[in-house]
Design a protein around this ligand. Structure first.
Ligand code: SAM
Ligand code: SF4
Length: 465
């Protein structure tokens, strides 16, 4: 490990800033909110101020500001992906997770390559274009090559016009050489959540295996970036420790990545601990985050790192997912199965899933719901395929120009979905939405969307700009 990286989480700084900003005066809150509207992000003090808002009017203003920023940068689009759990074998002992090594209440499975192709084909038939590969930290037979082979299997699967165009990966921390293999396998984003940035809590909940090493995990995104993976995703597992501390530590992590690599994280995930089979701990998280504070967390992140994608998983309920679209969530999973080899129609937990699902709906149902709310479900992967990653992505994302690509791409990929995969009801709602959105679009974005729509209606596929 490169030890020079190990000092960037500064507990003393976090505790001091939180103490000094426990009761922010209204003028300070207003100042932070108007600074956020400039889309340049926030510092640790600003974030501490916002975490302590409780006045309903100020909360309303925070949520409004988050919505404003999200629409300004990303427009109305919501990127959709499907998690694909390839293996629940694991040598770690994370007290909140059903995959932990000593849990004998779940069935252990790792998918074979033909099974992965088969699962991917099912996702393609539903209309998915983007997959998040997830695995526990122990691989069958060929060890890490299993992950590399699995990525190739996913990219290699085809059904008619359909294929997976971007594979993101959520696996245990790797050495730089292994990260280079992931890069060469053409992954989109490498995601890794620190779970908790609080060192003592980290030790208390990670009881065995390699994951006990806080610093090895903390520096994983550095190694990924050194290996040439420009899109990295970070996250916190909310419920393990005080959310205010976690948010400030996350900001320190982001500050560090921006200082060393001049690029922040591509995405931030915000899982809350959900009940998991064989984990009493997960049913009683020590710092459970209320729904109100959860919405606050998402809104604050949208203000603090405006150019970063915020990911909401199917672990949250349909209701919570709907609420957070307006607060800054820009990517969501849909049609999830959280056990290798599982299906949505079986009871979660029985087959070896990681935790319970809050939103078990099919992709078609999720898409219909999103469209009825006025959001454009997007199956776009153009940045990944055009090499708009890392600095190139940030250069157009930071001034808010990414919308000129995101919105037309969202519309064209959504139309492709409606024509090839949607139910009749979803197609009606979706086509109405596209018409409404086109009416509000102007300039280059409208022109691009119009041209792509015309071609898709005539049978052309895979259009993007
Ligand atoms: N094994 C890898 C790791 O730990 O990073 C990747 C797979 S792990 C299943 C992916 C994520 O699931 C973890 O980082 C953790 O945040 C989340 N997770 C585990 N148990 C959970 C639970 N009970 N509720 C919500 N999220 C959970
Ligand atoms: Fe294994 Fe990851 Fe679950 Fe921990 S969170 S038990 S490392 S799968």
């Amino acid at each position: 490990m490169n030890t020079t990286y190990s000092q960037f989480i500064n507990e003393e700084e976090i505790v001091r800033i939180l103490e000094q900003n426990q009761k922010p005066v209204p003028s300070k809150v207003r100042e932070v909110l108007s600074k956020a509207k400039e889309l340049k992000g926030l510092n640790l003090v600003d974030v501490a101020v916002l975490t302590n808002i409780s006045d309903p009017m100020q909360l309303f203003e925070l949520f409004e500001t988050a919505n404003h920023i999200k629409e300004k940068i990303y427009g109305k689009r919501l990127v959709i992906f499907a998690p694909l759990y390839i293996s629940n074998l694991c040598s770690n002992e994370c007290s909140y997770c059903a995959f932990r090594a000593k849990n004998d209440l779940i069935v252990r499975r790792s998918l074979t390559q033909p099974e992965i192709v088969n699962k991917t084909e099912t996702l393609i038939r539903e209309g998915h274009k983007r997959v998040l590969l997830v695995a526990g930290e122990s691989y069958p037979e060929q060890d890490f090559k299993y992950v590399i082979d699995s990525i190739a299997s996913i990219y290699g699967a085809h059904v008619g016009n359909g294929e997976i165009r971007r594979v993101n990966v959520n696996v245990a921390p790797l050495e730089t050489e292994e990260f280079k293999q992931l890069r060469d396998a053409r992954i989109g984003t490498y995601q890794l959540f620190q779970e908790t940035y609080h060192p003592q809590t980290y030790q208390e909940v990670h009881l065995g295996g390699k994951k006990k090493d806080y610093h090895y995990r903390l520096t994983a995104l550095h190694r990924a970036m050194e290996a040439g993976i420009e899109n990295v995703g970070t996250g916190v597992l909310f419920g393990l420790y005080n959310f205010r501390f976690e948010l400030l530590a996350l900001m320190q992590h982001i500050r560090e990545l921006e200082t060393v690599f001049a690029i922040g994280p591509h995405t931030i995930s915000v899982p809350r601990i959900e009940p998991a089979t064989g984990s009493d701990f997960s049913s009683h998280p020590p710092h459970a985050v209320s729904d109100l504070n959860y919405r606050k967390i998402i809104a604050i992140l949208r203000l603090a790192v405006p150019y970063t994608g915020i990911i909401m998983s199917t672990r949250e309920t349909t209701h919570m997912r709907r609420e957070t679209f307006a607060l800054g969530v820009s990517q969501i999973s849909a049609g999830s199965i959280t056990s290798p080899g599982g299906s949505r129609h079986k009871v979660q937990g029985e087959e070896g899933s990681e935790c319970s699902l809050g939103d078990p709906r099919s992709l078609d149902e999720v898409v219909r719901d999103i469209a009825a709310l006025g959001y454009i479900p997007s199956f776009c992967n153009s940045c990944h395929r055009l090499g708009r990653t890392g600095h190139d992505f940030m250069d157009i994302a930071k001034p808010g120009e990414i919308k000129q690509h995101c919105n037309p791409n969202a519309i064209s990929t959504f139309m492709e979905y409606l024509m090839d995969y949607a139910s009749y009801e979803t197609r009606l709602i979706g086509e109405d939405l596209i018409e409404d959105v086109m009416d509000t679009m102007e300039g280059v974005a409208r022109e691009r969307a119009f041209l792509m729509l015309e071609k898709i209606k005539k049978g052309k596929r895979d259009m993007y700009c």
